[in-house]
Each structure stands twice: as C-alpha cells, then as structure tokens.
Design a protein around this ligand. Sequence first.
Ligand SMILES: Cc1cc2nc3c(=O)[nH]c(=O)nc-3n(C[C@H](O)[C@H](O)[C@H](O)COP(=O)(O)OP(=O)(O)OC[C@H]3O[C@@H](n4cnc5c(N)ncnc54)[C@H](O)[C@@H]3O)c2cc1C
Length: 404
Amino acid sequence: MAIDFSQPPEVVDLVERTAAFVRDVVIPQEERYAGVVSAGGEALRARLQAAARDAGLFAPHVSREYGGLGLGMTARAPVFEAAGYSLFGPLALNCSAPDEGNMHMLEIIATDEQKERYLRPLASGEVRSFFAMTEPAPGAGSDPAALSTTAVRVDDGWRIDGHKWFSTGADGAAYAICFARTSGKVGTVGGATMFLVDADNPGLKVVRHIDTLDQAMIGGHCEVIFDNCVVPDSAILGELDQGFAYAQVRLGPARMTHCMRWLGIARRAQDIAIDRVAERRLFGSKLVELGMVQQMIADSEIDIAASRSLVLQACWELDQGLRAAQSTAMTKTFVAEAVWRVVDRAIQICGAAGVSGELLLGRYLNEVRAFRIYDGPSETHRWALARRAVKERLKATGALESAS
Ligand SMILES: Cc1cc2nc3c(=O)[nH]c(=O)nc-3n(C[C@H](O)[C@H](O)[C@H](O)COP(=O)(O)OP(=O)(O)OC[C@H]3O[C@@H](n4cnc5c(N)ncnc54)[C@H](O)[C@@H]3O)c2cc1C
C-alpha cells in the first residue's frame, strides 16, 4: 500500500514560519528562563501567545470555527515538531499538554453548549484546563480498571468523590475533565464517565504541587481531591458510562502530539551536539571526524527519522478515522525511548558542558524522561502490543476459534 506523506504547500509554509518564530521570538525566552517554562508563569504564557497570534500561528490543531488553523493529525506532525524545537514553543502556539489533548476531545464529543463554555476560551488561550484520571495506588494508573473515584446520582446531578494526582496544570486552571466511575466495581472495566468540573466548585481542591524532574508545566503536576463535588447533568462530557471509550479519543492522538513535540527537542539536542563537535578538536582531529562520535550522531539521525515515520503512519491512520491502537502504541513507545536516547547521546558528545547549565541539554533530559511513563508506560504499551499481535496470529491460524 502506497502512502503519500508530502505536505500541502500551506503546511510547508506554516512549518517554515513556525520554525522562524521559534528561532526569533521563543528561543530567546527559553534562554532567559534557563529552559524552565513554569518560571515565566501566566505572564509569559500571555506574552508568547499574543506573539504567536500576531504571527498567524496560534492553535494549529483547533478547527477554524474555534479560532484555530484546522490542521489534521498528519499536518500537525511537522508543525508541532517545529514548535517543539523549544520547550516554550508549544505553550506559545497553545498546543501544549494537557490543553491540546483536551481541546481535541472537546471538539469531538462536547455538546455545542459545552463547546461554547469550555472549548472556546481554552482554544483562545483565555483559560487553561486539566485532565484528572490518575489516582494514587491502589487507584487508576497504567490500569484504568482500578478507577476508584466515584460519581453517584443525587437530586441535583452527580456527586463526585475521589483522590487524583499528577493532574498536570491543575493549579490555576479554569476547569477539570474528571474521570469517575459511574458503574461497575473497582478492578473491572465497568462504566466510567467524564465530567466537566469548574475550578471554583467548592468540592474541588488542589492540594499541592508534586515535585518532579520536569518543570515545563505551568500549574504543575498536582494532587487534587474531589470531595462531595456536586455537578449538574450538563457536566457530563459525552455519554454516561462511555468514559473509557472516550479516553481513547483523547489518548491516541494526544500520544502522537506528545511524540511530535518531543521530536522537536530531540532535533534541537542533535543540532546542539553537531554544532559542538564541528568545532571541538581532540587528539589531533575534529571531534566530528572520530568514529565513535559519528556513530552516536548517526544513531540519533536514525532514531529521529524512524520516529518521524512512525508518527506519520499512525497519524495517517487517525486521519482516516481508524482506531490506530497498534500503531499509536508502537509509536509512543518507540519515540519516548528514542527521544531519550538522542538527548542522552547529545549530552555525552558535549562532555561536561552537556550536563551543565551552559547548554540546555540537561534540562531537556529531565523534561523528556517522564514521557516513558505518562500516556501509558512503555511496559503497558508493550504488553498490549504483544497481546494484540498474538491474538492476530492465533486468529489467522484459526487457533483462537479452536481454543474458545
Ligand atoms: C509528568 C507527568 C504528567 C502527568 N500528567 C497527568 C495528567 O495530566 N493527568 C493524569 O490523569 N495523569 C497524569 N500523569 C500520570 C500518568 O498517566 C501515570 O503516571 C501513568 O498512567 C502510570 O500510572 P502510575 O504512575 O500509577 O504507575 P503504575 O500504574 O503503578 O505502573 C508502574 C510501572 O509498572 C510497569 N507496568 C505497567 N504496566 C505493565 C505491564 N502490563 N506489564 C509489566 N509492567 C507494567 C511500568 O514500568 C510502570 O511504570 C502524569 C504523569 C507524569 C509523570
């Protein structure tokens, strides 16, 4: 099957303009804040987003109806990668996690009324949001069936009770998308439902910021309590008990957009390393001429190229309306590990400067590490990939029917 991955001229133009914007406007800010995105806070977010809006680059993933540029998944790939060349780029374009994934899901499953109230201000950058699914043990993490937060019917709607953590961006967000069990028992898939919960609901409390390796997220990674948190029927996002299915609407594409953004940082790390070895002389030759360094550079080129191809294939499937479960899992696992390898090699190539504050490579390493855990840990994806591959094979050989 032939797949044409060439991008239309308007996307190529957008990629070039995004790269120039990141180089001229965003990277100077990254250097000013030593790569710590959260250090700039809301003021920096507003400033960068205003600049991106003026440059016609704002919200590339959002439909034109809600003020964006209306790019599909395949077209997003090079644009998000260009934005991701700086840690601050996705924030400027309003395409960073978790808001970008939330916008994507709201566009697909929210009612028109919910879109006006929640999607429009999010897409315009007026507000931020968070996605509250993960719970402390023994609650939901890699295994969503462990979901313990409950929502029960009450006279005036639903009462949510539960304990969440690692809710990225929760501090200062305008609302949560909260994942709660509405049927079935803990340990069974049962029915989950997503609820839109306003941050000023007295039953929602952001307890604390959790200290993590990464520092990119304005609003932190927070512990959040839902305690007697009553919401109306109109807070239900999509249909009752369909939360697990809807989570896939968000998580498959969100995994790919994370890959795209982190590929930008991988490319940046590789460029920093190449610039350095082109100048540095050791043992009578330029470092770039020494074989072991060439191998590291080559291996990183292979990792970046393979990652881009996997992203495009998975995005193409998503654009065709396919579920793309196998390809998004494969891509997420490979890219999360490849990006780590590329940044790690760049540090090695740069010697002591690589781990110092002189270059931002150490910051990049801290930022990308968690990607092997969120959006599904590598082990969870490998487990699912293997199960599906075995099932396919047994189906093809007829062994599955004879076993059942
Ligand atoms: C920086 C960051 C941001 C996050 N943001 C959000 C957010 O905004 N909203 C949200 O809801 N959550 C968020 N999370 C949480 C994230 O989704 C979870 O950490 C992830 O789903 C894993 O769950 P867990 O931490 O409970 O690990 P556990 O489920 O306890 O898993 C622990 C480990 O078990 C191993 N494992 C998992 N499955 C298998 C398997 N099948 N076979 C063998 N080993 C396996 C893996 O090594 C895994 O790392 C974030 C996490 C981080 C680190």
